[in-house]
Design a protein around this ligand. Structure first.
Ligand code: AP5
Length: 291
């Protein structure tokens, strides 16, 4: 891993409590800034190309906000299809112990169980469209409210994907501490989709080129998702572009944009720095509340 300007354990100075350029309408949120951090605009049409990277792994460009409550961490991770959400969730849960809640995985479990919801969901997933809210919203809410998620904190992956889904979370009083956006260029996304394989035994995500299986035994049992074709990822990308700005507008004050074009370890380094900063700020806040 390369060195990060925000390595874990770096204490935050008291001057990090509010970002001067971005007045925060929500008194429960604290915008964090750092000499190496610059607030950014979050338009989906500003995705960097492979040759023109806006961000480097050693210079993350983001700003974050943290809730003052000393509760378990609540994180949303977002990004285009195959941007690396699931891969990063594995690394984040290993370090932070959060409960990983993936909307896509919950839907695939319904499909595997051959439930009525699963049958309906598959029709939409095959077309690269969003599954109707009637199925998704309560499914995710119920998982978020289960005791393990409440006690250990949660890492929500692939939800919300529309303004109505974001509004539903807000209505339930469910708000993350930080919203991580993985930013990956489109040519890379297609390559990642086509080469992705899954181990049905362990649930581990592989890529034939970037993350190949460790041995022949694992290689022989890998499967491919039914929506992982070049044709279907283009439909999924279209759906993503239609909705992403609406979702980002709900979380813009707590968004951390991460360069997802680089190796998974370097992507995690950026996320880890951001989560460390949020966690540190929560400690500072809970300490000053207790004083
Ligand atoms: P979902 O399962 O969430 O799919 P997705 O958003 O399209 O994302 P993916 O799971 O495809 O990719 P990922 O970002 O997790 O990438 P991964 O880490 O695997 O949703 C599927 C469908 O369900 C949707 O199309 C929709 O129909 C429905 N749905 C889901 N949520 C919904 C909602 N809220 N509302 C309504 N409908 C919903 O990585 C991809 C590959 O790249 C892997 O092979 C990995 O090894 C490799 N890779 C990852 N990172 C790197 C890296 N840094 N460098 C090189 N390779 C990498």
């Amino acid at each position: 891993m390369g060195s990060s300007s925000l390595s874990p354990g770096v204490p935050l100075s008291p001057s990090l409590s509010r970002h001067p350029k971005f007045p925060n309408p929500n008194p429960n949120l604290f915008l964090l800034s750092h000499p190496s951090l610059t607030p950014i605009s979050l338009r989906s049409n500003q995705l960097p190309s492979r040759s023109k990277k806006l961000l480097s792994p050693n210079a993350p460009t983001f700003f974050v906000a943290a809730s003052a409550k000393a509760e378990p961490l609540k994180v949303i991770i977002s990004g285009a299809p195959a941007s690396g959400k699931g891969t990063q969730c594995e690394l984040i849960t290993q370090k932070y112990g959060l409960v990983h809640i993936s909307a896509g995985d919950l839907l695939r479990a319904e499909i595997a169980a051959a439930s009525e919801n699963g049958k309906l969901a598959k029709e939409y997933m095959e077309k690269g469209q969003l599954v109707p809210n009637e199925i998704v919203v309560m499914m995710v809410k119920e998982r978020l409210l289960q005791p393990d998620s409440q006690q250990r904190g949660w890492l929500l992956d692939g939800y919300p994907r529309s303004s109505s889904q974001a509004a539903a979370l807000e209505d339930f009083g469910i708000r993350p501490d930080v919203f991580i956006l993985l930013d990956v260029s489109e040519d890379i996304l297609v390559e990642r989709v086509v080469g992705r394989r899954l181990d049905p035994l362990t649930g581990k995500i592989y890529h034939l080129k970037y993350s190949p299986p460790e041995n022949d035994e694992i290689a022989s049992r890998l499967t491919q998702r039914f929506d992982d074709t070049e044709e279907k990822v283009k439909l999924r990308l279209r759906t993503h572009h239609e909705n992403v700005d609406d979702v980002l507008s709900v979380y813009k004050d707590i968004t951390v944009k991460v360069n997802g074009n680089v190796a998974k370890e370097n992507v995690f380094e950026q996320i880890d720095a951001a989560l460390t900063q949020v966690a540190e700020q929560r400690k500072v806040n809970s300490g000053s509340l207790a004083a």
